[in-house]
Design a protein around this ligand. Sequence first.
Ligand code: ATP
Length: 443
Amino acid sequence: MAAKTDIMEEIVSLCKRRGFVYPSSEIYGGFESFWDYGPLGIALKRNVREAWWHNTVRSRDNVVGVETGVIMNPNVWQTTGHASHFADTLVDCTSCNQRFRVDHLEGDTCPNCGGEFTEPRRFLTMFKTFVGPVEDDSAVAYLRPETAQGMFVNFKNVLNTSRLRLPFGIAQIGKSYRNEITTGNFIFRQREFEQMEIEFFCEPGTDDQWHAYWLEARRQWYLAYGVKEEKLRLRQHGDDELAFYAKYCWDIEYEFPFGWGELEGISNRTDYDLRNHSEATGQDLTFFDEERKEHVFPYVIEPAAGADRALLTFLLDAYDRDVDAKGDTRVVLRFHPFLAPIKAAILPLVKKGGLPDIAKEIVAQLQLHWDVFYDESGSIGRRYRRQDEAGTPFGITVDFQTKDDNTVTVRHRDSMAQERVPIAELTAFMAQHIRPESNPKLP
Ligand code: ATP
């Protein structure tokens, strides 16, 4: 196994080589903390989103989805306090000029060179832009730093167009932007990234219970998709790091090769957002409890995950280098089949005898449901290896026996075991293995 620090390098290089992730605008030298997803990366990311959506929205009758814009009325950010508070405190080293976020520092000298720091400065991390043709103060707008506000400002719309009653959730997946002052660690910290967030509205007084529920439900989600349990931990935010709107917050952390890092934050936002938006707009953003004939501002539990950090976690956790009895190494990504970018590779053993035609028919059959890949070049062993490195769970080989009995060889990525499956049963066989995980049963 490679040393811990090399694993990040290996992953970055694998991502580039196989088309998972590329540096942004690479031909211009890249752009710090911006990244692009390639063909395999976007297939993986779509599956991450889908796995999340399945678990949090589709399979629950009290959570619905929305998709709201990246740029919102700038008054939203005045009301929430982001326009003045969504900031990091930074210092620069006076010797080596490296910049640090104060909340990431342990001592009061530069960890890089031991130098002295400048006075701490506050730095607003929301990106600003102008809307309309005139670039003056009245035209300033922001790129959202979280998707959450899209759910809060639509609270009333959703309530009026659904029959939801407390407790219920509104969920969304979408891009967020932060002008991060410390960068690095590949796609872990980006300036443009994707969030998967739920605002779960509940009766005040039940918020602690729902917080405990979501913390465990979300931890179970990562485990269900194969993340190793010993690599996950829960950590409560200290007062110094707690967001200004939260009563408390717990992070689900993963042990990345560069140390423990936040994967998802589950915070109790109380009624802060609804109450403030209601005051600022004069709109009634309460829930009317028919039985008690009472208006309540619901409390909000917010599980906020990052699609990119989840993807990085699944990649790192799936990455293995197997060494066989002969000393040959194979790089294999042991993705959960539902997450794997390509579900099956269809491989004619040779390029003649009608085998490619049969293989292409299988491709057409399976493509109705999944991303599959046709490959006829090189030895069968090499073709399997290429797929192992992409994390493809099944290799389907069309050989001479296929012509006699209409069966194919299915080779399993992890065990490398092989079995024969009738072509007519392939779709059912795949469907049995490639399923989203259901919700955990929690008390
Ligand atoms: P950090 O302390 O690492 O800056 P945060 O506490 O500011 O993160 P939250 O505001 O809780 O993060 O955002 C919720 C989730 O969104 C995070 O758990 C993470 O998965 C994702 N996320 C936040 N910032 C970034 C970023 N710059 N790049 C990638 N993902 C991010």
